[in-house]
Design a protein around this ligand. Structure first.
Ligand SMILES: Cc1cc2nc3c(=O)[nH]c(=O)nc-3n(C[C@H](O)[C@H](O)[C@H](O)COP(=O)(O)O)c2cc1C
Length: 192
């Protein structure tokens, strides 16, 4: 796909373009996000719905060089290769226990997913792209953040930044650098 080309996704049904304008590139510019954009991303995530309004998410973020380098050590090599250019690296951590009772919160992961999408959509509103990753060491993240693994689980690593030039990517990543498609609506929404 050419640099900054128009998104080739064609929706099947009437829907706001924000839903198909979001995709997960691997080419990022290094340009840092100003603090007010950082705040705006987390503000969007803050308003996500959650079971009992528990808000079981915490976004640990690294934008400073030193903390980014430390966070990057937890990514699997395949992700680190392209993600290291992005100016913002986040670990989204779920608190797996309800704060009031200490009982397991079976919906914490679901709620973190809602918060991640809110952040990703807000990123597009601000002209950025967000890319979530599961390819990281859970153990390493828990160590870096000094968390209790019994009550906390890193759900995703996320990078955010402006879209870069795909020509700067290694060949195998460059080939994948395009918005992908989806299953038909009829396959995922079934009326009974
Ligand atoms: C929880 C989660 C984990 C993911 N893990 C990775 C990953 O480790 N590496 C990667 O390059 N992309 C990863 N992705 C990106 C997905 O491959 C991508 O979201 C999916 O193919 C849909 O494409 P789109 O986001 O461009 O619409 C992940 C996405 C999610 C939501």
């Amino acid at each position: 796909m050419p640099f900054n080309a128009i998104n080739p996704r064609i929706p099947e049904n009437e829907v706001d373009s924000m839903f198909f304008d979001r995709w997960s590139p691997r080419s990022f510019l290094t340009e840092p996000l100003p603090p007010y954009h950082l705040k705006s991303l987390f503000e969007a995530a803050r308003w996500a719905p959650s079971c009992f309004n528990e808000q079981p998410w915490t976004f640990y973020y690294a934008s400073a060089q030193k903390s980014r380098e430390e966070f990057l050590t937890a990514l699997f090599e395949k992700n680190r290769l392209w993600a290291q250019k992005a100016p913002l690296l986040i670990f989204l951590v779920a608190n797996k226990q309800f704060s009031s009772t200490g009982k397991p919160n079976r919906h914490a992961q679901f709620d973190c997913g809602a918060a991640w999408v809110s952040l990703a959509l807000q990123a597009r509103k601000l002209g950025y792209y967000a890319h979530a990753m599961a390819g990281f060491s859970q153990k390493k993240v828990i160590e870096i953040l000094n968390l209790d693994p019994d009550s906390h689980e890193a759900m995703a690593a996320i990078v955010v930044g402006r879209l870069g030039n795909p020509d700067d990517l290694a060949q195998d990543f460059k080939q994948m650098e395009a918005p992908n498609q989806r299953k038909p609506t009829a396959e995922v929404a079934i009326g009974r």
